[in-house]
Design a binder for this molecule. Sequence first.
Ligand code: SF4
Length: 235
Amino acid sequence: MKSASSARKSELLSPSEHIATGLHKIGLAIRSQAWQKAGQRGLTPTQAQILILLETREAQGAKTIISDAAAALALTVATTSDAAAALTAKRLIAKQRGAQDARAVFLRLTSRGKRAARRAALWSDFLLEAAQTLSPEEQGVFLRALVKMIRGLQERGQIPVSRMCVTCRFFRPHVHQDPEKPHHCDFVDAPFGDRHLRLECPDYEAASQEAVSRGQTTVKLGLYTQNQRREGGKS
Ligand code: SF4
């Protein structure tokens, strides 16, 4: 009878609660894999995250100070400083004084750190494989929902603001008739679909606050679904 009672309780959960439970399970898998894979390479998950972040930012030509890394990874400056000190001791990163301002200390990957960052980035391949089991249509729906949830968390200050299409000044949502590619990126001047909405784009530039308040950006329009368009509803 215990299993029948558990099943009954599960039926009583709302769809939102089921989604939260599913995300929690994925979160547990991510944490477990992050510890396991980083541990095999003699790193903590935080150290691995810093290496991956530095590799991404260096590829974009951006320099990183401790507080940038802390904000991007939603960590405290103290935790980030400790992890950076451990990575420095392992000779995976080096600290560099700013040319303009000697008080600014930038973190940069050493050659050894670059190799470690590339290996560390592979830890999430299990998620990629899971995402590849979805059909193209499912990927589009899932990505749009994910962007919407991330945007909501960003607005409440619960995760760092990332470089996503929906807050980018180059993003023009639903300007094309083609249901496969309804959006337009002004940066590359090309149409694209929900499946290619970016969560981290090197060409991103934040839309102005004024545009956001006028409701002309993307923040709302980007989440405007096909059905709502057909029905003339508002997002
Ligand atoms: S520049 Fe990048 S973030 Fe901005 S709309 Fe184009 S693809 Fe999206």
